[in-house]
Design a binder for this molecule. Structure first.
Ligand code: GDP
Length: 302
């Protein structure tokens, strides 16, 4: 399954961001720590490279990601030219402040009232951008006045006389190349539910969790930890059995169980989970991926 997703307003946003890039010093790219590369928008990368802007990659929701995997991603990103990466949790008091110190290091020449550090915050939808920005703004919610390059879609805030922050709309890209990336984004609620079939996403999630976290599945749903023949469908049936989800006639209610699995992953009930690692990306495709349907963008409810 590959997912195409590009509402018209996103094309407009891209143009506005392209213009705004000229007036900003550092791109703050917010990623989902559970799937940092899948949630890295190639459009953001090309926009910032076009203007040669340094990038601070922020792996947010690190509280929900596998603590053994996140450092591997940080090492990979930190080896990239003009890039620095940090992991944090927007919901943890004080964590958001780490962004400012890290961004200052990427643009040390922007350090006074005349040359304030101008940060442009970007990322795909639902990755925690608003939570982070609100944490950074605290009480300072007043927008800075309009400027030529700052459109209504891009709100700029002064954090101090020497640091400003510009918010941008959650941005997707026209076509997701790898089906697994679309599935990871769907599982992590980064693309809206109208863009995919939930049971297929849940099947992918189940197969991924089975390959990477069989003990977590066994603990929550009673799946056998050692059985090699179990697959994504089997995991979802185990969820249905554990929760007593049945339809008329006594068969498992697969759709309800699929939703329950997605809900458990999204709420963190399965524990800290990373859907991809640098190694899993090089060893694609992940187990259990169906690769036949294409779902066109149906609208925007992410
Ligand atoms: P935005 O669309 O990128 O602005 O994302 P939001 O800030 O609205 O956050 C999307 C969802 O992610 C919300 O349910 C937040 O509560 C949740 N969220 C944001 N930051 C974190 C975090 O650090 N950890 C976890 N577990 N959830 C977070």
């Amino acid at each position: 399954m590959s997912i195409n997703w590009f509402p018209g307003h996103m094309a407009v946003a891209v143009k506005k961001i392209q213009d705004a890039m000229a007036d900003h010093d550092v791109v703050i790219e917010i990623l989902d720590a559970r799937c940092p590369m899948a949630s890295a928008n190639p459009l953001i990368e090309s926009l910032r490279l076009h203007r040669q802007r340094p990038c601070l990659k922020v792996l947010n929701k690190t509280d929900a990601a596998d603590a053994a995997v996140t450092p591997q991603w940080l090492a990979l990103f930190n080896a990239q030219k003009n890039v620095h990466a940090i992991a944090l949790s927007a919901k943890k008091p004080g964590d958001a402040q780490k962004i400012i110190a890290a961004a200052k290091k990427l643009a040390p020449h922007r350090n006074d009232n005349f040359k304030p550090l101008r940060m442009l915050v970007m990322g795909v939808p639902n990755v925690g951008k608003s939570t982070l920005i609100n944490a950074l703004l605290k009480q300072r919610k007043a927008k800075v006045g309009d400027e030529p390059a700052i459109t209504k879609a891009l709100a700029r805030y002064d954090l101090s006389p020497t640091v400003s922050l510009t918010d941008s709309p959650g941005l997707m890209w026209p076509k997701i190349d790898h089906p697994e990336d679309g599935l990871m984004l769907a599982a992590s609620h980064i693309i809206g539910t109208k863009a995919y079939i939930e049971s297929e996403v849940a099947e992918f999630l189940a197969a991924t969790l089975l390959a990477r976290y069989p003990k977590a599945l066994a603990a929550r749903y009673g799946t056998p930890a050692e059985v090699k023949t179990l697959d994504g469908v089997g995991v979802i049936e185990a969820v249905a059995a554990k929760r007593g989800f049945k339809i008329k006639g006594g068969d498992f209610d697969f759709d309800k169980a699929a939703l329950a699995l997605l809900g458990d992953y999204r709420s963190g009930a399965l524990g800290r989970v990373s859907l991809e690692t640098p190694t899993s990306r090089t060893a694609r495709p992940l187990a259990g991926v169906k690769n036949k349907d294409t779902i066109e963008n149906p609208g925007d409810d992410a």
